[in-house]
Design a protein around this ligand. Structure first.
Ligand SMILES: [Zn+2]
Length: 347
């Protein structure tokens, strides 16, 4: 088996590239899988076809990790999954694009070099052409568009799971962020999230600049960002904590049955944000407050001159609070529980 399949992570970190067309593709899993190295950290795997036309119902699945370079555990899981697929230990029942996002930042064991890559999608990279992350955003957008261009447009045929680990603690250790699409969330995605034992889902109400927002918007994918718990350096992750999500990803890829009777996640919808107005900004919550911490109506969460953020619902929960952003930017999101109505409206 070529080294880029046996250890996709290590060869990517070493910057090993195929030196010829013949070295960049081939057959693995005893001839059952066709693989192609497309770019640094970008690998495509497809079931090998023996004469027959490709099934129109075959899913196309994009799995990404390392869009933040120091979020190591999902990167290790993806690399291990590539090795298992290539060795025939895991069946491949979909077209699969595996993406290790910010390879330069992975090498430097840092979140990013110049700019947060997960804020540069949907063309935002063009605003920071000097950024070391800008060309990588272009590569990842192009790879996703090429991959999904060959996929059927049927509902549920295109998937993108972008795997992260959170920086801060969370009232729900593992949660998913669904990009705004204008449509009701999909039952297939919620069934998968339940199968992965994701405890909570945050639904965005505005378009974002994340990778999953891009693939939902530009590629028509069922897409989400997964936050799978806290970060450790390479090799120091307790991968057992990620086992339910890893198992569900492997079931999606291999076409296996989902686990039955897993509870649906709680659902929270964004209803507002705290915006930093100036350097006088004061956030009245602890710097390390866990994500999804609830606050009661009337609580003053932030002040900045005449600006105040006061909780207006019976209960609002804060997500991603960050008072150190530049003035004009978001210093925190507020969400409310919409579990009952969202689960009743899945399409
Ligand atoms: Zn991340």
């Amino acid at each position: 088996m070529p080294e880029c399949l046996a250890d996709f992570l290590a060869t990517t970190l070493k910057g090993q590239r195929p030196t010829s067309e013949a070295q960049a593709q081939g057959s693995c899993a005893y001839g059952a899988v066709r693989w192609q190295w497309l770019d640094e950290g970008v690998l495509q795997l497809e079931p090998e076809y023996t004469g027959g036309a490709r099934s129109e119902t075959l899913k196309s699945v994009l799995l990404s990790a390392g869009v933040h370079g120091d979020e190591t555990a999902p990167i290790e899981l993806l690399s291990q999954m590539v090795a298992d697929l290539a060795a025939g230990r895991l069946a491949l029942a979909c077209r699969l694009l595996v993406v290790l996002g910010n390879v330069a930042a992975m090498r430097a064991a840092t979140r990013y070099e110049d700019d947060d890559l997960n804020r540069l999608f949907g063309g935002r990279h063009a605003r920071v052409p000097q950024s070391r992350e800008a060309p990588r955003a272009v590569v990842l957008e192009t790879a996703a568009q090429r991959f999904f261009a060959d996929a059927p447009v049927l509902p549920g045929a295109r998937w993108h799971l972008d795997m992260h680990t959170a920086i801060r603690a969370s009232a729900f250790e593992q949660f998913a962020l669904l990009p705004y699409t204008g449509d009701a969330p999909s039952r297939a995605m919620f069934d998968w999230l339940a199968d992965a034992r994701i405890a909570a889902v945050l639904i965005h109400t505005e378009k974002g600049a994340t990778y999953s927002s891009f693939t939902a918007d530009a590629c028509g994918a069922l897409a989400c960002t997964l936050e799978l718990g806290k970060v450790q350096p390479f090799g120091q992750n307790d991968l057992a904590r990620f086992a339910p999500a890893d198992a569900a990803v492997r079931r999606l890829v291999s076409g296996a049955q989902a686990a039955e009777d897993e509870p649906m996640p709680r659902v929270f919808t964004v209803i507002g944000q705290i915006t930093k107005q100036s350097d006088a900004f004061a956030l009245h919550v602890a710097a390390d407050v866990p994500n999804f911490t609830p606050f009661a109506r009337g609580t003053v969460l932030a002040e900045d001159g005449t600006y105040r953020y006061v909780v207006a619902h019976d209960e609002e929960r804060i997500v991603f609070p960050n008072p150190t952003v530049k003035p004009g930017l978001r210093a925190g999101l507020l969400v409310v529980d919409t579990t009952a109505e969202t689960l009743a409206s899945l399409s």
